[in-house]
Design a binder for this molecule. Sequence first.
Ligand SMILES: [Zn+2]
Ligand SMILES: [Zn+2]
Length: 352
Amino acid sequence: MRSYSLMEPGKPFQAIDKPDPVPTGTEVLLKVTRAGVCHSDIHISDGYFDLGGGKVLNIVDRGQKFPITLGHEVLGEVIAAGPDAKDAPIGKTMLVHPWLGCGECSACKAEQENHCPTMRSIGVFRDGGYATHCVVPHPKYLVDIGNVDPSIATPYSCSGVTVYSALKKALPIRDDEWLAIMGAGGLGLSAVAIAKAMGVKNIISVDIDDSHLTAAKDMGATATLNPKSTDSAVAALQKLAGGELRAVVDTVGGEATANLGIAAVRKGGRYVIVGLYGGQISISLPTIPMRAVSILGSYVGSLDELKELMELVKTGTVKPIPISTRPVETAYDTLQDLKAGKIVGRVVLTND
Ligand SMILES: [Zn+2]
Ligand SMILES: [Zn+2]
């Protein structure tokens, strides 16, 4: 097999050739045919997350080991299985649920591995999809994609399930209420499309780039707001929603979007933060109970949520985000293009 691996933070990936893995126990081996390039790979590749106020979260302190093969949106053909991998779908192309936990804690036992304190996610803490092959510890993490195009299906395992899980926390939103989605990048566009398919009628897309807002309109946003075009973004957002902004899903997670979202949401509303841009904010505490605002964090999604999302996608009601494909050996250069803001929608690496 060949992998394109991160040897140390801040350095280009290195091509490494080694013998094909032989799955043991419950493991299954996939021949990777698609791997999505996600914004969070930039943080791991750079070696840190910005916590705001000049503080950073170093990924080595978070338990990161090197070398590591990134790529947590993985899709491929199951080509081998260990002796205990019962009913492994050999020969089938499957989407991998990458958000694995320890398997022992209460969150893992409740099938919420994305809330495990010691996650072992594929493409983050275990080798992922920027490679010809990928080992998955159990066939239960393989999700059927039906007749969905493999390139379109791939990003649902990260950006898709991430916004799906955040949207579930933002719902219910009635037909006379509004949802604002902060950011119209890969996550934000996906959030508009999935919110529509989940039945949300009124959606405002918020972004500081007009071309992103045009893309959000194409995905089904009812209205758009560029905060740069107004003196008071809070008032403009509340006015667009007619005073009925029930929930905000923040796919950016920066200081400006958090301040705007929390201030604009109506009494009894919900602000769900899912983006990892970084920074810090200051909130006047009495306003939280007096406005009865819920502030919720959402981190990726559970296996059940990915299965629910794929069932929704199979109905044909989720409009796909713009997808372009590149060969897997461009993984590092693609990540640099993503960092430089040169990519609209999602790049999926191919390995056919
Ligand atoms: Zn991701
Ligand atoms: Zn656990």
